[in-house]
Design a protein around this ligand. Structure first.
Ligand code: 0RQ
Length: 503
């Protein structure tokens, strides 16, 4: 058997994915590893999906509650959703099949700030966790676990689940050992003490996960790569957004509010965020650091070029080419990257202390600076809030970015009123589109509206937005945040009726 399972007790639990999946009962809450397509179990979820399908064919409904770190991959979310095996999902997903079922009302979904998930489980807010299914890179002779390419909520799942299934993936690099920092010092209120992390690269915990070996009911060997999706080449919009940001940071340096090493960067997921990093890699800043949730291609390139000195995250999210580079240069990256539990990578206390520059993408913003990151036309979920709220609320500076239009121009991403609010005007300081950058710090709502419309809206929509604002200024309503309530969401309903927002 495989040298990666060095503990004899756990070696005695080796079995097939099918046999392991047979140990998960219907109705169970299952905590799986996985964060942005990294470090998720690859065999047991598919075997479980096959079992669920057989049960359905036999007329026996079989569904589970599925908890993870964040998004996973087709082999996990996709496979289980396709057989309608997920009754309730939390805290984040980005899977097309799951999204469809959630929006059809066939799957319950609880979209939770990623830093809250572990403590909610400890508090008992989410009910009992029955089974943990965790991918690891290996098992040490004493039973400690070498974490995989994401940490996410794995520590909490291992601690809180009644039973544990381990997937040992021999394709994950053993060079990962030592890269993680698992903090076991979190207490429950009222016994909490400060988290002793004052610099991005501080190590405050241990490199390995541990668990009660008597809870381990199965160990499954796998050899499969992470999802590793390719990022799009930065397009003109993304490059323009990056250029506006770089100019803004330079201005802040001139004003003495930032230095040339800026402050630790947090960058969201997606193509725009990745393109902004590519822009920063060519920008004039030096000795940058990152305290972020997901380390994507852009950050790997910045570490390699030396622009980025140190990075902390809870997960990798790499393209196949970047994953290859990571593997090849693992000793180099191991000196520069720390992977932490998501309750620490996203912890409000640490984010506030370090003073992050948080850069996240959004779906839409309104003229007053409220931001919607999660819902299309008010009622359909896209992915979820993820870590954007953890970072936006607590950062030194909170930036949201988007192209000014979507769907070939039929949708304006700057609207009179957002159709769903994830980040209120109080948590949003900078809005950037390819058109320009709106610095909202210290502005009143009416001042913000003028800046957002002038700087960020697409020229095709600017007159209509100004017209809305001016009529709201003259309407009889309150003049702190002027709105025309009968019209505020008319752009969205017009899009749903006619396929375009503009009158
Ligand atoms: O859909 O591909 O079907 O056309 O939304 O839009 O422009 O490709 O942007 O990939 O960066 O995603 C906010 C969803 C942006 C993401 C969001 C449609 C658009 C397209 C994607 P199509 P883009 P991105 C830490 C930070 C929340 C979590 C977060 C997200 C699709 O960034 O999920 O921030 N964020 N986490 O057409 C209708 C609009 C639209 C619109 C765009 N106004 N109306 N559809 N789209 N704008 C990391 C983690 O938490 C893990």
């Amino acid at each position: 058997s495989d040298h990666r399972v060095q503990n004899s007790q756990l070696r005695g639990r080796l079995m097939s994915a099918e046999a392991a999946a047979a140990l998960i009962p219907s109705g169970a809450n299952v905590g799986m590893s996985g964060f942005t397509g990294a470090g998720y179990p690859k065999a047991v979820p598919q075997a479980l999906a096959a079992r669920i399908e057989r049960a359905a064919d036999a007329g026996e409904p079989f569904r589970i509650g599925l908890w993870t770190g964040a998004s996973t991959a087709p082999e996990l979310d996709g496979a289980l959703a396709r057989v309608h095996g997920v009754q309730m999902r939390l805290p984040y997903q980005s899977d097309p099949t799951s999204r469809k079922q959630i929006n059809a009302g066939e799957m319950e979904y609880t979209d939770i700030h990623l830093s809250h998930v572990a403590q909610y489980v400890w508090f008992g807010f989410l009910g009992k966790l029955d089974v943990a299914v965790i991918e690891v890179a290996g098992v040490l002779p004493d039973g400690r676990l070498i974490p995989s390419t994401s940490v996410g909520n794995n520590k909490t799942w291992l601690d809180q689940a009644d039973k544990i299934i381990l997937e040992v993936n021999s394709l994950q690099s053993l060079g990962l050992a030592g890269m993680h920092d698992i903090y076991y010092g979190t207490e429950l209120p009222p016994r909490r003490v400060p988290i002793p992390l004052t610099r991005v690269s501080d190590r405050i915990g241990e490199p390995y996960l541990h668990c009660d070996l008597s809870k381990v009911i199965a160990v499954v060997e796998t050899r499969q790569p992470d999802r590793n999706s390719v990022y799009a080449e930065p397009d003109a919009n993304s490059r323009a957004i990056a250029a506006h940001l770089i100019e803004f940071f330079q201005q802040e340096i001139k004003l003495g509010r930032l230095t040339s090493d800026l402050l630790p960067l947090q960058s969201g997921v997606g193509n725009v965020a990745n393109a902004v990093l590519a822009g920063l890699n060519e920008g004039p800043f030096e000795h940058l650091t990152a305290y972020t949730e997901v380390l994507q291609d852009g950050m790997l390139a910045m570490l390699q070029s030396g622009k980025l000195a140190r990075a902390s995250a809870t997960a990798l999210s790499l393209s196949p080419a970047a994953a290859e580079l990571f593997e090849r240069e693992i000793d180099f990256f191991s000196e520069r990257i720390v992977l932490r539990p998501q309750e620490i990578s996203n912890h409000p206390e640490v984010i506030r202390r370090l003073g992050l520059i948080a850069m996240n993408s959004m779906i839409e913003a309104d003229i007053y600076g409220n931001v919607n990151s999660t819902h299309v036309m008010g009622s359909s979920i896209m992915n979820g809030i993820g870590g954007s709220g953890d970072f936006a609320r607590n950062a030194y500076m909170s930036i949201f970015m988007t192209p000014s239009t979507a769907k070939g121009g039929a949708i304006s991403c700057i609207v009179p009123m957002v159709s769903h609010v994830d980040h209120t005007e109080h948590d949003v300081q900078i809005i950037v589109t390819e058109q320009g950058l709106a610095d909202l710090r210290g502005l009143s709502p009416k001042e913000r509206a003028r800046v957002v419309i002038e700087r960020c809206a697409h020229p095709d929509y600017r007159p209509a937005l100004l017209d809305y604002f001016e009529r709201a200024r003259q309407g009889g309503g309150g003049q702190h945040t002027p709105h025309l309530l009968d019209e505020a969401l008319a752009w969205h309903s017009r899009y749903l009726r006619e396929g375009r927002m503009l009158p």
